[in-house]
Design a protein around this ligand. Structure first.
Ligand SMILES: [Zn+2]
Length: 168
């Protein structure tokens, strides 16, 4: 946005370093795909439609999405996006017991998004009375963990050829 005028459409992957404690689902290094759309007449409906389409493309057409109020520094309003659990089809139960993957809720939290905070446009000389936009960020490993049933995020960074060869 500092380098170009609207309309802006960007999807960019990148490596993220974050001060996160290391466990099976968190890593201080991970990859993220960020998206940004800025133009005239971009609405929250466009954001919902885009991410709903992306989640169906990734996890199948029966997957439902749910947007849950959240906070991020550069978007207002902001939302966490949950998808219906792909392991129990959103029922919350599996094999006669509670589904462990969604903690019996039927939903899995997957990414963050929101409408670009109008204050941001002041820093790049956009007319915030004419311009609106949305942004999202999703973790690549988190999606792969769900899609391919990987049980430890650290496997992506250990360089073990036996792990990598499964996807070759
Ligand atoms: Zn489930």
């Amino acid at each position: 946005m500092q380098k170009m005028k609207p309309p802006v459409r960007v999807v960019c992957p990148g490596k993220v370093h974050r001060n996160d404690a290391l466990d099976a689902t968190h890593s201080p290094i991970f990859h993220q795909v960020e998206g940004l759309a800025v133009d005239t007449n971009i609405t929250f409906r466009d954001l919902k439609g885009t991410l709903d389409h992306a989640m169906k493309a990734l996890f199948g057409s029966s997957v439902k999405t749910r947007f849950y109020p959240s906070f991020f520094p550069f978007t207002e309003p902001s939302a966490d996006v949950q998808i219906s659990c792909i392991f129990c089809d959103g029922r919350g139960t599996r094999d006669g017991g509670p589904c462990r993957n969604c903690k019996a809720s039927g939903w899995i939290e997957l990414l963050g998004c929101g409408m670009v905070d109008p204050n941001v446009y002041g820093f790049v000389d956009y007319d915030e009375t004419r311009i609106s936009g949305f942004a999202f960020g999703m973790g690549v490993e988190r999606i792969a963990i769900l899609k391919y049933g990987v049980d430890d995020i650290q496997l992506f960074f250990q360089g073990d050829v036996r792990f990598l060869e499964q996807f070759g």
